[in-house]
Design a binder for this molecule. Structure first.
Ligand code: 13P
Length: 236
């Protein structure tokens, strides 16, 4: 099964940077998919010329109702060939995005043929994984309720909040525990589970033995050489 490396550029970069991202078109990979998620504004500057690379976004609207000032719908991003959407990132949960909003966004994405990359994770290292289980269950319930085809690919990213941007990593054993929990809770779905949080060119190989189907990368996505190194390492 192919691996996935996703770049979450967050609110970083500018026109020049996203033009420079086009060097990634030269990457030669066997069986790894790469998803680049710039801020919406910069989508047109990434010109995909490599079958392994797709575009993603970092958020989507909950509905396609036109009375949604400031929102961007899945229909709009599809015009820019977007295939994936990160949904429920902890940085959005922190500014008030609720489980219900996240579930609506996941359903809206799937109804418009966008593959969601749903972020789940506990806030503190000693908190346990109950929160992860409940975050997954909310999404599962919405998928059931809306009769979404269960064969559709759905991606979860296990991102412990305490690891994001801190340089702190969970152990492979802890990552596997969370991934097993996500896979058993959502066993009716066609799932991939990524790991995200402080992954770098120096530490990614330590995490490779985990059950993760790839990585969701934050800060390191801005360093193109290091990003390439991780993609090629995952592809080996
Ligand atoms: P860092 O890789 O910068 O820790 O961020 C991870 C992340 O939030 C990806 O979505």
């Amino acid at each position: 099964m192919h691996k996935l490396v996703v770049a979450n550029y967050k609110m970083n970069g500018n026109v020049d940077f996203f033009r420079s991202v086009n060097v990634l078109n030269k990457l030669k990979v066997r069986d790894t998919k790469i998803v680049l998620c710039p801020p919406f504004l910069y989508l047109p500057f990434i010109k995909i010329k490599n079958k392994a690379i797709s575009l993603g976004v970092q958020n989507l609207s909950e509905t396609i109702n036109h009375k949604s000032t400031g929102e961007i719908s899945p229909i709009m991003v599809k015009e820019f060939k977007v295939k994936y959407a990160i949904i429920g990132h902890s940085e959005r949960r922190a500014i008030g995005e609720t489980d219900e909003m996240i579930a609506n966004k996941v359903v809206n994405a799937l109804n418009h043929d966008i593959t969601p990359i749903i972020c789940v994770g506990e806030n503190n290292a000693n908190e346990g994984l109950n929160v992860v289980k409940s975050q997954v269950k909310v999404v599962l319930k919405a998928i059931d309720k809306n009769k979404i085809d269960k064969s559709r690919e759905i991606i979860f990213a296990y991102e412990p909040v305490w690891s994001i941007g801190t340089g702190k990593l969970p152990t492979v054993k802890d990552i596997d525990k969370a991934i097993k929990l996500i896979k058993t809770t959502a066993k009716t779905l066609n799932l991939k589970v990524l790991y995200g949080g402080s992954v770098s060119g120096d530490n990614y190989s330590e995490l490779m033995p985990s059950m993760a189907d790839g990585f969701l990368l934050g800060g390191v996505s801005l360093k193109l050489d290091e990003f390439k190194k991780i993609v090629l390492g995952v592809d080996k």
